[in-house]
Write a protein that binds this ligand. Sequence first.
Ligand SMILES: NC(=O)c1ccc[n+]([C@@H]2O[C@H](COP(=O)([O-])OP(=O)(O)OC[C@H]3O[C@@H](n4cnc5c(N)ncnc54)[C@H](O)[C@@H]3O)[C@@H](O)[C@H]2O)c1
Length: 443
Amino acid sequence: MRIAVFGLGYVGAVSCGCLADLGHTIIGCDVSKAKVDLIKAGKPPIVEEGLPELLEKALSKGLLSATLDADEAIKNSDAALVCVGTPSTPSGGVNAVYLETVCRQIGEAVTRHNKTHYVVLSRSTSLPDIHRRLMSILEQASGRKMGEGIGYCCHPEFLREGVSVYDFYNPPKIVFGPTDAKTAEWCKGMYPTANHPGLKSCPTFFLSPEEAAMVKYADNCFHALKCTFGNEIGMICKTLGVDSHKVMDVFCADTKLNISAKYLKPGFAFGGSCLPKDLRGILDAARDTATKLPMLAGTLDSNEVQIKALLKRIVSEHRPKVGIIGLAFKEGTDDVRESPIVEVVQQLTGKGHPVKIYDEHLSVQALVGANRSFAFQMVPHLAELMTQNLQDVVSWADTLIVTHRLKPATWAAVSFKPGQRVVDLMNIPDLRKTGAGYEGLYW
Ligand SMILES: NC(=O)c1ccc[n+]([C@@H]2O[C@H](COP(=O)([O-])OP(=O)(O)OC[C@H]3O[C@@H](n4cnc5c(N)ncnc54)[C@H](O)[C@@H]3O)[C@@H](O)[C@H]2O)c1
């Protein structure tokens, strides 16, 4: 494959060396003469272990060149890997001006050089709206439609500076977000593991350009959050006279609940008898010792935001009768203590919305102790709102809020009303079949 690499900084320079090592012919392009001259000489413009050897090898095999001229780079390639910078604007937004310039140059040159199907891969990190804008710039500048002589692909980079050459050969994943089938086909040949024993195979995902873009942001937000979580646990441990590394070593050893996919899928607010209480306990200890834990404190605020956002969404449409399927803080229990959906019921009834509730594990008569007192303190007339018959709630409600998964056979036996609004907080496949009124919470 002949690939033009736009931007010869940290991402671009490593891409030049590694892609040439896989056998691709690379032409680097940058606006910086100093960087172009270094690549032309087979020398890295940045410090990165293993890169000098790769660039030297690529040059000696005739697989690497570089230019200041974008037109020349496009003329001598079938695809472009765009690695230009996307710095922050003064307000924190993504400055896409370098991306836009390069895409305009590519679009114009593709038609000027009569390319058959030119693939533009964006390695730079930018938001879904920017990718849409870049596709439109490419279409305007080339006079072609996506998939018809030109293709776009968001192809985020997950390599860590300092070990990026190692990461290239041992990738955690590869993500492509192509616009069309022809572009997707081209992408499949980019990392030929079969031809290169050093390149480890890894999970490869094909998504939409926008989804691929958000994977990169989700990754980096999570990494930042992990660092901050470790630091805040460190701070409170130190304050309380505990060795935080001993704590976090054990925390990290739990790959079932902690370092795992558990608790990570978008859904509704957390609740129950432990998480809110224990967070409050730690925050109280922090206050007592003047320790600031803004991220952990923000977790409780963020949880309230989830509840308010759901309420706003329910009342935004004038469909007053609200059916709730699942009142306990999660499925498989009758524990309603600090269940966020109890707060939703309290607010809705306070605003005058008629509410009916079905919960397969919950009988008001059987509630005892703290569970009973929380439920009745929040919603004193709870018993009048509850029914043991799921179909009753479904037939009665204008809007259904589903907070628990039920057995597929249970859903199959229920008759929904045509166009009935069904707000799914759990991403339940069976509910999607309910038709026009289905609304996923965040999907
Ligand atoms: N650095 C990383 O580890 C890393 C990891 C993943 C993603 N990213 C993303 O990749 C992108 C590049 O990051 P970087 O760290 O390599 O940036 P960088 O600043 O090191 O390199 C960007 C290069 O683009 C060049 N450039 C600017 N306009 C150009 C144009 N019109 N034509 C050709 N070249 C042009 C600049 O001269 C510079 O050499 C950013 O969007 C960044 O967020 C970076």
